[in-house]
Design a protein around this ligand. Structure first.
Ligand code: PLP
Ligand code: COI
Length: 342
């Protein structure tokens, strides 16, 4: 039975922190098939100490959000895209695919079962869903696991970067996040383990996070550790890096479409050179957790490139934010297939 009581959460002060919600979804892969356990209350996993997820990083995850709309209904934003990306991550790490329909149904079940945790319309918060697949079962050699777990839990969240739509300062990292032909395009834990040290150092130095350059030439911007990079050029184009080693973000994919179809601006994936930042008018980080975080300045070695003085979003960034969040929360008509109701 679902609990109808409103949780004691200050919706306006939500950050991006773990909060235990009521129920999570579980399925187990054994003998060549998924066996659905459905919704469970236990938020811990009991797995073999020899699980490949623990030793060899055989795991991947996703991130998507459910939004409360003005009319009280609940929207999922492009869950089919998360299902497809998770299938690509699983292929890269030799894990079984979760079919798209099973993925979306599981998301809907988790949201419906935890509806009391969805931040109210107008607070800017959302229910963040964290699907993941892990390799489990007894093992010790470097080979794919005998069994897998697919699970989804959810957490009510506010902005990932402090202050939401306020512009932040980022630094360029000396470390690489991913190798040229590595796993950068897959949403696998190893990429995030590699980003812990550079990200922590950037935050300790007072930056919101760090930006990674392309690992082959270190001349082009790739992405932020938890979001993609985009910019508006001085000649009025929406640009975002073209690279095989960045995570192909769903927010970025959506902004490429929205810039053209809703704002009438050419939008392209292209090279963004770190020594040509003066060609850019506005810059930002975009992702499910980050939503759109304007970039006020980028610190690179001895240089600091300042895009804007204040911390308000630039005019195009603001329009993109309003259009994207308008679609997610039902205020703006969505392109066909982008919204799935719970
Ligand atoms: N890049 C990285 C490294 C990320 O972790 C994320 C977040 O998921 C993104 C980009 C943005 O992807 P999306 O828009 O699908 O959330
Ligand atoms: C997301 O935006 O969904 C992410 O995965 C970013 C981060 C919290 C890892």
């Amino acid at each position: 039975m679902t609990n109808a009581e409103t949780p004691a959460i200050d919706w306006d002060r939500l950050g991006f922190d773990y909060i235990k919600t009521d129920l999570r979804y579980r399925a187990h892969w054994r003998n060549g098939a998924w066996h659905e356990e459905g919704l469970v209350a236990d938020n811990t996993l009991h797995i073999s100490e020899g699980s490949t997820a623990l030793h060899y990083g055989q795991q991947c995850f996703e991130g998507l959000k459910a939004y409360r709309t003005e009319d009280g209904s609940i929207n999922l934003f492009r869950p089919d895209q998360n299902a497809l990306r998770m299938q690509r991550s699983c292929d890269r790490l030799l894990m079984p695919n979760v079919p798209t329909e099973m993925f979306i149904k599981a998301c809907q079940a988790v949201v419906a079962a935890n509806a009391r945790f969805i931040p109210p319309y107008g607070t800017g918060g959302a229910l963040y869903l964290r699907p993941f697949v892990i390799g489990v079962g007894d093992g010790i050699g470097v080979r794919t696991a005998p069994e897998f777990i697919f699970s989804i839990f959810c957490v009510p969240v506010g902005p990932y970067y402090r202050d939401g739509l306020k512009a932040q300062i980022f630094s360029v990292s000396d470390y690489d996040r991913a190798a040229p032909n590595g796993t950068g395009a897959a949403k696998v834990g190893g990429n995030y383990a590699a980003s812990l040290l550079p990200g922590t150092q950037a935050k300790q130095a007072g930056f919101a996070d760090c930006i990674y350059l392309d690992p082959r030439t270190r001349t082009r911007i790739e992405e932020v550790g938890t979001a993609n990079f985009f910019a508006i050029t001085k000649d009025g184009r929406f640009v975002t890096p073209h690279s095989a080693s960045i995570l192909p973000g769903i927010t970025r994919l959506s902004l490429l479409h929205l810039a053209q179809a809703y704002i009438g601006m050419p939008a392209v994936e292209t090279d963004v050179f770190i020594d040509r930042l003066d060609e850019l008018q506005e810059a930002g980080a975009c992702g499910t957790a980050a939503v759109i975080t304007p970039i006020r300045a980028i610190s690179h070695g001895e240089k600091v490139h300042v895009f804007q003085e204040g911390n308000e979003a630039g005019p195009v960034t603001q329009r993109l934010f309003d259009t994207l969040t308008g679609i997610q929360t039902g205020r703006v008509e969505a392109p066909e297939g982008w919204i799935v109701k719970v």
